[in-house]
Design a protein around this ligand. Structure first.
Ligand code: P5A
Length: 438
């Protein structure tokens, strides 16, 4: 992509409304613009990152056996009356009335809707287990939307729902999502710790929040430092096998959110020098709630003995749009964002230090064409800005690799390759640069 033809409206100054780094940097790097309180337009750079995250989430959900569908954002209030949550949900639910005076709502979550789909279609235990998921916008009329996309009113969520014939099966589904979540967050370059958590309006008695430690996090959390040293991508995972040993390994050491914290147990179980007490960002939350929805909504299937039983269910959420902010909180410096390669909007930023100079232009065009042909996404700064401004913008946007092309380099046949994260720079020939980056 040529920057001159693209759309990245960067801001020179810090926006006043931004209290935390990710919010400030997302606005400054031209990733989002606020449409109204807690509601954002995703500009091209933001949308690209959002897509990258979704792609990883999709891959890992499918690998774990989940099946994608797409449910609407608007739901009928009647379904929520059946589960009893229409009144319980309170002011966070955006209620809408259509021209026929029917009550609708903008979905804050989809337990009711997916249970309705299930009860209409699945009749026998032979069709179980099933895990259905989608990535869809949600609306919660948060009283205090803040920190940009971290606590929005409209936000993108991946939500999955499991259906099993008995609690044992339901536990196995929970474990699949638990392990899939460990892998997803690790692939996104994050260290997320599963912690025992409260269930709130979703319900049930088994629940884990996946938390990233960050000073700007909204939750107070406590855990054993040992959990921070585990690497989910080093585990051998067979989603068709027994995942309990992996889950046990991750739930054995102490980890709890504020609401579930037990100071006595923490002190007894974790040596003082291993105790972590910190702020955290909740990027995922999984629940096992048995028949809380299937029973009142009549989602029953025939079991092996011919008797009708309510499906055992769980639900599993990831804050996809929140993750964009969370990744930035975990990976930035005073100059801007540092994207992990897995989610970077472009892999390479190609900076022409003298646009208009024919030798620089042709060296850049050559590199741009070769990298693009090799399937590498390049943002080519072909604008007339000063080099200083180009460096600052590229650092702000946070593309992992920068290639600097100036008259001296062209003359010597060497160009500077800079790593955004380490600031390391090396001089290489065009061939070596292409080789390194592909
Ligand atoms: C699980 C999936 C649920 O809604 N039902 C379907 C369950 N869980 S949850 O914890 O309430 O939300 C799941 C994740 O969504 C993100 N999230 C938000 N992101 C941005 N702004 C918000 N206002 C917001 N509220 C929730 C969190 O990452 C949460 O873990």
């Amino acid at each position: 992509m040529r920057l001159s033809r693209y759309f990245i409206p960067v801001l020179r100054d810090d926006p006043k409304e931004a209290q935390i780094a990710s919010h400030r940097l997302m606005l400054r790097a031209g990733m989002v613009r606020q449409a109204s309180a807690g509601i954002y337009s995703w500009l091209p750079l933001g949308q690209k990152v959002l897509r990258r995250i979704q792609e990883i989430v999709h891959q890992e959900q499918v690998a774990a056996g989940a099946i994608e569908l797409l449910m609407p954002t608007l739901q009928s209030a009647d379904l929520w009356r059946e589960s009893g949550r229409y009144d319980d949900y309170g002011k966070e639910m955006l209620r809408i009335r259509d021209r026929h005076e029917r009550d609708l709502l903008y979905g804050p979550t989809n337990e009711e809707l997916v249970t309705d789909i299930f009860r209409q279609t699945v009749k026998s235990y032979k069709d179980l287990p099933k895990i259905l998921y989608h990535i869809q916008w949600k609306f919660r009329d948060e009283i205090r939307p803040r920190f940009g996309v971290m606590r929005g009113r409209e936000f993108l969520m991946k939500d999955a729902y499991s259906f099993d014939i008995d609690s044992e099966g339901s536990r196995a589904s929970y474990n699949k999502m638990f392990v899939a979540y460990l892998r997803i967050f690790a692939r996104l370059g994050l260290k997320a710790v599963p912690m025992a958590a409260d269930t709130g309006p979703i319900g049930g008695d088994m629940s884990h929040e996946f938390i990233i430690l960050a000073e700007t996090g909204e939750s107070q959390v406590f855990c054993d430092k040992a959990l921070l040293d585990l690497d989910p991508l080093a585990m051998d995972v067979d989603f068709d096998g027994n995942l309990q040993p992996i889950v046990d390994q991750w739930t054995g050491p102490y980890a709890a959110t504020d609401e579930k914290h037990d100071a006595d147990r923490f002190n007894a179980q974790v040596p003082v020098d291993q105790q972590v007490s910190a702020r955290g960002i909740e990027v995922g939350h999984i629940f096992n709630f048995g028949t809380k929805y299937s029973e009142p909504m009549g989602a029953r299937v025939t079991g092996p003995d011919g008797a009708l039983v309510a499906a055992e269910m769980g639900s599993y959420g990831i804050g996809v749009s929140r993750l964009v902010g969370a990744i930035i909180e975990a990976s930035h410096d005073e100059r801007g964002i540092i994207w992990p390669e897995a989610v970077a909007p472009f892999k390479v930023g190609l900076i022409n230090l003298k646009s208009g100079d024919s030798t620089c232009d042709s060296a850049c065009e050559d590199l741009y064409a070769r990298l693009t042909k090799a399937g590498v996404e390049v943002l080519y700064d072909d604008t007339q800005d000063r080099p200083g401004a180009k460096f600052a913008a590229m650092d702000l946007i946070g593309i992992p690799w920068q290639v600097l092309v100036g008259p001296k380099g062209v003359a010597a046949g060497k160009f500077e390759l800079k790593c955004r994260k380490t600031d390391e720079r090396i001089e290489l020939s065009a061939d070596s640069i292409v080789e390194r980056l592909t």
